[in-house]
Design a protein around this ligand. Structure first.
Ligand code: MLT
Length: 291
């Protein structure tokens, strides 16, 4: 059942905030969350993939902040946010996002989640649908993990624990980027590796457990009533176009865009196409023209 709550802003879970150098941070739900907030206009909140951080959205932030208010968040366990050694859940990440919105006094936003960011958006929508003006679900899927998938996550957590984040980068990069990008875009590969290596083991393992425990969001799809855009890289093998088509078939009036020559990190591999799709959807949402 989707909670349909009134749009009252309660700041009880936000206790402290400020800047340290270039870093903007605030305390939500007893942890520090790093985020950035640039531009004016329709707020667009970007939720990153596993095991990356908010800097995966740098190009989107740079190009779209002339038209919109762009908020990127380091999810709990990643980047400049705290990575406590504790039990993680995607509901908890959704609560962190809501607390940050309260802190920023944003009642409604367009949300973009890529892969794990999309899983968190399903959790967010279940709890806080009234805060969602529109959804962009990129390179993600509604289904829960299979038993095999859960086992794979525990094996990956063991690798993180025994060998550290650089071993996670070795495993993940071929799943995140297309073979062509790996061969021809060394700067992009370095950027992705640096994001992964910048994470703490507690955050990597915590999110793996959280993703393994996530519920099946397939029953939610038909209840999503906001305008929704789905995006997927045509070469995505982690969450392939077949998963994107399934979401597009079951979310009322959802649109689907398949980006050629991109794998799982479609926003990084084909930023121009990705930005065009986001900009067109956000512009229609602003003007109230979307179906
Ligand atoms: C991601 O990109 O967030 C991950 O590939 C998601 C997953 O492992 O299911």
């Amino acid at each position: 059942m989707i909670a349909n709550r009134p749009l009252t802003l309660i700041k009880a879970n936000v206790t402290n905030s400020g800047t340290r150098g270039d870093r903007v941070y605030t305390q939500v739900n007893n942890i520090t969350i790093g985020y950035s907030d640039h531009g004016t206009g329709l707020p667009i909140v970007f939720l990153h993939a596993f095991p990356l951080n908010r800097t995966m959205w740098t190009t989107q932030e740079r190009l779209l902040s002339s038209q919109f208010r762009i908020i990127t968040i380091d999810l709990r366990g990643h980047g400049e946010s705290d990575a406590p050694l504790w039990r993680y859940t995607l509901d908890q990440s959704a609560d962190d996002v809501r607390a940050l919105l309260d802190h920023l006094e944003i009642q409604q936003a367009l949300f973009i989640g890529l892969s794990m960011g999309g899983y968190i958006l399903f959790a967010f929508y279940r709890k806080y649908a009234a805060r969602v003006k529109g959804l962009i679900l990129a390179d993600t899927k509604a289904q829960a993990d299979t038993e095999e998938g859960k086992n794979g996550r525990f094996q990956l957590a063991q690798i993180a624990y025994k060998k550290g984040p650089s071993a996670i980068a070795d495993v993940m990069i071929p799943k995140l980027l297309s073979p062509m990008s790996i061969q021809t875009k060394p700067d992009l590969v370095r950027q992705v590796r640096a994001m992964i290596e910048g994470n703490q083991i507690s955050g990597i393992a915590g999110d793996l457990m959280a993703m393994a425990d996530r519920p099946d969001s397939f029953p939610l799809l038909s209840q999503i009533t906001c305008p929704t855009q789905i995006i997927v890289g045509g070469l995505d093998q982690a969450t392939p176009p077949s998963d994107a088509k399934l979401m597009a078939e079951h979310i009322p009036h959802a649109r689907l865009a398949i980006i050629p020559n991109a794998a799982h990190l479609s926003n990084l591999e084909q930023p121009e196409t990705f930005n065009q799709i986001v900009s067109a959807f956000a512009t229609e949402l602003t003007n109230g023209k979307e179906s």
